[in-house]
Design a protein around this ligand. Sequence first.
Ligand code: FAD
Length: 321
Amino acid sequence: MSGILLVADHANGKLADISAEMVGAAALVKDGIGGPLTVVVIARSPGDFTAALNLPGVDEIVTVETPGEHFDPAITEEAVCQIAMTMQPRLILAGNTVNGMAYAAAVAARLGSGFASDCISLAVEEGAIVATRSGYGAKVNMDLAFPGRPVVTLTLRGATFIAPEGAGQATVSAAAVDLSQVAGMIEHVDYTEAPPANVDIEKAEFILSIGRGIGDEKAVPRFQALADKLGATLGCSRPVADSGWLPKPHQVGQSGKVASNCKLYVALGISGAVQHLFGMKHIDTVIAVNTDADAPIFSVAKYGATVDLFELADALERQFN
Ligand code: FAD
């Protein structure tokens, strides 16, 4: 077994950035693994993507034409498995995207390969593939080896690996796969676009951010009004967004937005979990308001008050109304 099989990622007719980033990731281990780097593109019109995928380091591009125009995890899984059984690669790469997550683990299970998701680094050490991923809520990084697994399937995190620039010299050919057993198993119904964001946490200079400490969705309009009054952008922690109290673009943190331009951050009823701190701990002036004096948010705060956030809201409203 040798070589790398990389599955290109695309949606709505656009090639996802992760596709080229995976080529950059593959370059890190290609010599150690040996064999060619093959990119497979599975689409209604795969030829639309071959030029953009013909990057330095890619040896061959293999195309699979699908019956439907939308991503179909069953078709992708079947096509990747059939190509992998013919090619016998040592490494299979997919994006850690909505698409990649829908088929990569199934591919690994069918091939009996090792598997790790959301990998942030790749290496070959003493001939063995080693993948790094975060664990325990991003508190540690773990190096994973896959003893006894001749094939390894990995999904890679986006915006982590550097895409190569320039044009490559890959050959392009159509793969001989039979998708008749899986065609039509899954019906694509619709794409639902996320509502347009009317906040830009990354650009905001003053953020008033609310956490689970506000207790109830009914309190949100009060803090929106307070933010408007103060000239602040309303931010929130993840539970507030996950509960649907505020739309996702308001969320600050690792799986939300980083408040890159913020100068003043007021955190109301936010405990300061490491994932929240990821998005705001760099800010010069953080004011934390929390009834728990031991809350970790105070470790990044310039000013802190261990008071009830509603009492503070009352006082601010009196002051600014
Ligand atoms: P809690 O931790 O429940 O804290 C509520 C705080 O309010 C408490 O400290 C409490 O003392 C205080 N409080 C309660 N009542 C009052 C009151 N009346 N007055 C004053 N204080 C009060 N979280 C994010 O925020 N952003 C992310 O991007 C994010 N990404 C994540 C990604 C992953 C992979 C994982 C595993 C988790 C992520 N999380 C993220 C979740 C994170 O781990 C925490 O669960 C979350 O940040 C907690 O939100 P919180 O502080 O609002 O709630």
